[in-house]
Design a protein around this ligand. Structure first.
Ligand code: ZN
Length: 445
């Protein structure tokens, strides 16, 4: 029997996964987890289904190696964010092939990775390939809502199943076209999050007799201050390294700007010159802690001036910064009258050192397949399952490779949680081959 190519297998699996609605909330990852488990079992593997809550299912499987090297963890989340079908050119849970792409919520974030990993594990099992590491694959629930029922659950309740020396997951490995150069960012650091409740209290009153010191007015002022005051800049080496890589390849574009890196107050201007609004926004978020007001609550009767108003802040902390640093910066903006309380937080993570056989293998595989392309270490403003999987001591590399051709009209950054999420079929096959090569290369003693 001839085996399908990795690309064919990954495509078929990705298409099937895209047809399963795992919008979180509520998640309901079980049908997707069962599909993954069925595919792995069919290849002779022995996956475990692990429920963290009813129908919130994780799958973990292990392809045994000789044990000469510690395990490698491959991981992808199975849940997706919501999609408004009226804004899409193809239905978001169709998995339809159209214009050379598979369309659907999760095509990039990150059922493509789940499909590639399953295809790679199936191939290893069916060919009886014996590597020097165990290759673990964890397909997890609940990443999009904070990881509690997925990676966190696995690390806290089933730690031995997912312990590894290295982990490869979200996010990175996509083609980023800047000027004449294609970059492949690999996530080696991510910001922490620090969600904060802000509370204002004051005298309640009757709506017929307005008071200038109403908490609702103060709430409006606080929101305006928060929304319009930039937090202090904190240059990190991740940003400096990234700019250095750009400078090496794009002197004309970047050279005049790099001098600004030494002057933090001017650094923010660099961000504005990065082409593309979404890239610029994400770049700006790498220069400082950030705080976005999200949930707002005050009053519940039209004729009553409330004595309490609250809002929630989605705060993000840079590597090197703590929750206390962020609270200090927020107090400086909001003043002493706004009480701040942390709802939930997790620190930033960094892969130290960046250099490793994994990073070297990624670089070698990508740059040899695409001459002229450059792999660059990258800090992301959001958070991923890295938050929890690194708690076992694993060093994390965000690398879910997909090749996106220049001029295809697909911008990776816009695909994340955006409308018309899709993955190029050829780019998915490319990714499966690259990832497979990396896994094999780093798993020989
Ligand atoms: Zn994701």
């Amino acid at each position: 029997m001839t085996l399908p190519s990795l690309g064919e297998d990954a495509k078929r699996l990705c298409q099937q996964l895209l047809r399963i609605d795992t919008t979180n909330p509520p998640g309901n990852e079980r049908p997707a987890a069962e599909l993954v488990a069925r595919e792995l079992r069919e290849a002779g593997l022995d996956p475990q289904l692990l429920d963290s809550a009813p129908s919130r299912t994780n799958v973990v499987v292990r392809h045994r190696g000789s044990g000469k090297l510690p395990p490698l963890l491959l991981t992808a989340h199975l849940d997706v964010v919501e999609a408004d079908p009226t804004k899409w050119r193809r239905p978001p849970f169709s998995g339809e092939e159209f214009e050379g792409c598979l369309w659907g919520r999760g095509a990039i974030d990150m059922k493509n990775m789940a499909a590639m990993c399953v295809a790679i594990l199936r191939r290893l099992a069916r060919t009886g390939t014996r590597l020097d590491r165990d290759i673990i694959f964890a397909a997890v629930a609940d990443e999009e809502a904070g990881c509690d029922l997925g990676s966190r659950f696995l690390v806290e309740k089933h730690r031995s199943l997912v312990e590894a020396e290295y982990a490869i997951g979200e996010s990175g490995g996509f083609s980023l076209h800047l000027g004449d150069t294609t970059f492949y960012p690999v996530q080696v650091a991510e910001k922490g999050f620090c969600w904060v409740r802000a509370r204002l209290t004051g005298e309640p009153g009757h709506g017929s007799m307005p008071r200038h010191d109403s908490v609702v007015t103060a709430l409006g002022e606080a929101l305006t201050k928060l929304g319009t005051t930039p937090l202090p800049l904190h240059p990190t080496r991740y940003v400096a390294d990234f700019l250095d890589a750009l400078r090496a390849r794009q002197p004309a574009l970047i050279q005049p700007l790099v001098k600004l890196v030494a002057r933090p107050q001017l650094l923010a201007r660099v961000a504005r010159l990065v082409p593309g609004a979404s890239i610029a926004r994400s770049f700006s978020a790498l220069l400082s802690n950030t705080a976005a007001a999200t949930v707002v609550r005050a009053g519940n009767k039209t004729n009553v001036i409330p004595g309490l108003a609250e809002f929630e802040i989605d705060g993000r902390t840079l590597p090197g910064q703590t929750d206390d640093d962020l609270l200090r910066e927020l107090r400086a903006v909001l003043g002493a009258d706004v009480e701040l309380e942390i709802i939930k937080s997790a620190p930033p993570i960094v892969t130290e050192p960046v250099a490793s056989p994994v990073f070297d293998a990624i670089r070698a595989e990508v740059e040899s397949r695409e001459p002229g392309a450059q792999v660059v270490p990258y800090l992301i403003p959001g958070f991923t399952d890295a938050k929890y999987f690194t708690q076992t001591g694993a060093r994390w590399y965000g690398f879910s490779p997909v090749k996106i051709e220049k001029g295809s009209g697909i911008r990776f950054a816009d695909m994340f949680h955006g409308h018309d999420e899709r993955v190029p079929v050829a780019g998915l096959a490319w990714g499966a081959e690259v990832l497979d090569a990396v896994v094999r290369k780093i798993s020989v003693a």
